[in-house]
Every structure is written in structure tokens, then in C-alpha cells.
Design a protein. Sequence first.
Length: 475
Amino acid sequence: MSNAIDTSPQQTATAPSGNTKFRIILSSLVGTTIEFYDFYAYATAAISVFPFLFFHSSSETGALLASLATFGVAFIARPVGSVVFGHFGDRAGRKTTLVASLLTMGVATVIIGLLPTFYQIGLWAPAMLSIMRFCQGMGLGGEWSGASLLAGENARKGRRGFDSMWPQLGAPIGFLLANGFFLVLTLTMNYDSTTAGTNHTFLVWGWRLPFLFSAVIVALGLYVRFKLEETPAFQRTKDRGEVVKAPVAQAFRTSWRQIVQGTFLMLATYTLFYLMTTWILSYAIGKTSAGFLGIGYQRFLVVQLITILAFAATIPLSGWLGDRMGRKRFLTWTTVAIMVFGCTFNLFLNPKRMGTGDSANIALMVVFMLIGMALMGLTFGIQSALLPELFPTNVRYTGSAIAYNVASILGAAVAPFIATWLASSYGPGWVGVYLLAMAALTLVACFSIPETKDRDLVDFEPAAVEAEAETVPVS
């Protein structure tokens, strides 16, 4: 590594002429919107469609758990995707890798929309579904980190928290598009999950449309990304001859501590995220005879679509507050708030406390969802700035991607499964205890990191990582 480093403000702050602010925002936002759209489309179908069409079981709960297991397959694939795409992102550049990750997930999603069901080809159907789900996970494993680096490495000085939040907005927008599509289809086809049989039009072919529509928005994302230029941080690293041959090995050799910290920083975010978007759907629409709330699919989807706006609104607020307060302090207090929220699950979600009326269930659910979605935006919004700031440029894609996606296994892959088991066996209060425990681990990670908001992403070196690790203040 060269020791002669030019730190002139002009070079560290100037983005390539082709990377206009609008193009950076659009590219990072459109890409993650597509990725999360594909991801949410599967999540919704895994709850409302796949248990009926892809999994043969003697019990409704058994089919649901089997379907949720395939949902978790993507989280096993995501660390694989982070290694593969991280390697090329730190070797070949951010632009090329972002295009490849988008194609991977987009193609897999379209194929899911074309798959035959269990009733047509037997066990081959869930096997093929699992393979495509694995490919979806690989694509998402490389997408988030690349989009965050695209935004953060082109950010304005002192505004990186806010400028980096654009990829995070792809999550609520993708959610609105995917679930809105499913809602329109179920309404126009008059589909009710609690009464419809497997021969209903929606279950025969209607559910396929959101997956096939993915091809259109993938094409839009590719068009935008092909016009990008490299980020100034990566281009300068390349010009100085500091691109490493094996980014994964280099990341674990020089930044292993930051990978561990980043993983635990994401635990509360992931757990809350998938409790509020995946598990809560199955718990809300499940039959009351099985201990669930029995609200009804369409009604609850409307609740989700309305309350997701709180998620979208608090993401920009998170980026702004992260710039004002600092990443460490802001995330610490947000994590404490999530722990408090975990103590309220039994109050909001216990069927005995909610009463017998459907309107009472929905009213309490709206309040619960608004609080949870707002906290989700606050904890999620700042992560796209914080995680990349932990790593030097030559392993930033790899390091942040591995941390983000390993956390997806620990905090997200098993969350819907564990929560379903806890709620059915012991009640919803124990789901809140589970969230509280994951948030406590994130709180420990918050105490272990330095403040990173003023870090120079161009000239931050591995030696600085090691030096800071020895001098981190307790709070």
C-alpha cells in the first residue's frame, strides 16, 4: 500500500461529472426499491399463497412453517452473495457489481412467477422454489452494500447520513408496490384467504402477476445504472494501486472486528423489520381457533400499507438526526426505544386483551404498527451510512456486505419462524421478549464502536481501523 496519500479536499469531495445528485439518488433508490419489491412479493406469497400451492401438509400450521422455511433460505444465500458481489465490488468497481446483483434477483423473481405448483409436479415444486429463493437472496446480498456505497461515497461533507438514506427508502417503497399489487389483485379477484379454496382464480394464476411484473422495473433499474460512473472513493483507490486481489481475506485480516460489530449493530434492525413485515402478517390473518387474531388478509394489508408510511417518513429523519447527533449516540437511543417497545407486545397483540370485536383488534393493531414502523425507520435509516463508515475503501463493499448479511441470518432468517412458534406456544408477549434480547445485543455493539460521522471515506486506511479499535470510548 502506498504511503503517499493526497488528502486534498477537492479530490475527497468531488464526484465524477456523470454522477449527478439526481442520478445517484435515482440509481440507489430505484435499485433497492426493485430488490425489496421482489423480496416483499415473496414474503407476502409465502404467507398467503405458497402454503396452499407448494407445500402439502396435514395441518395449516405445518404448511405455513414449511413455507416460512423457504423464506429463510434467502438469508442463508445472502452471505454467499455478499462474498461474491463484495469481491467484485472491491475489485472491479461499484457500478458493474450493482448491475449484476440486480439482474440476479430480477431473473430469479420472474422465474418464480412461472413455476408449476405441487399439484402439477409434486416435490419438484418446493425444490425449485427454494432454488429461486436462494438466487433472490444472493442478489440482495450484493445489492444493499453497493447502493449504500454509491450514495455514501458521493455524499456531501457533513450530510452523509442524510445523503446515504436514499437506498433505505427503497424498503418502504418496495413494500408499498409489492403489497399494493397483491391487495389490488385480491380485491379485483374477490379473494378471501379465510374462505377461498385452492381453485380460486387468484391461487390459480393471479398471484403470479407481481412476480412477472418485476421484469418491467428491473429493466428500469438497469437503464439507470448503466449511465453511472464509478464513485470517487473507489476510483481513487484504483488510481493509487490499492485495490486488493482478495478483498474477503483482506477484510477478515484487517477489519474482522468491524465485521463483528456491524453484524451485531444490525440485529435489532433485522429482527424488528421481519417481525413487523412478515411474522405479523401471519399472526394477524391466522384463524382465531389457532390462537391468532383472525383480522382477515385484505383488512390487515390495508393496515400495513397505511402504517408503512411511518416507516418511510422516519428514514429521512434518521439520516438527519444521525448527522446532527452522531451515528453512535442516535443508534444507541433508538435501540433503547426498541427494547421498550418489545415490552408492549402482550398489551397490543394478546387476543384476550384486544377483545372480541374485529374493530378493536384493528384499532390496537394500527397503534402497534405505527409505533413499530416508526422505530423501524429510525434504526434502519442510519445503517446505510454507519456500516460502510466502519471499513476502508479497499474492503468497504465486502466488509459492509458481510456484516449486513450475516446479521440477516441471526436477526431475520429465523425471526418469523421463532416468533410464530413463540406466539402459538406461549403468547405474543414472548415475541416481544425475543425482540428485546436481540436489541440488547445491538446496544452492546453500539457501546463498542467509535463515532464515524466525520470519517473521510476516501483516505480512511486499515491502520486507522486497528488504531481506533484500541481507543473506543465506553459511551
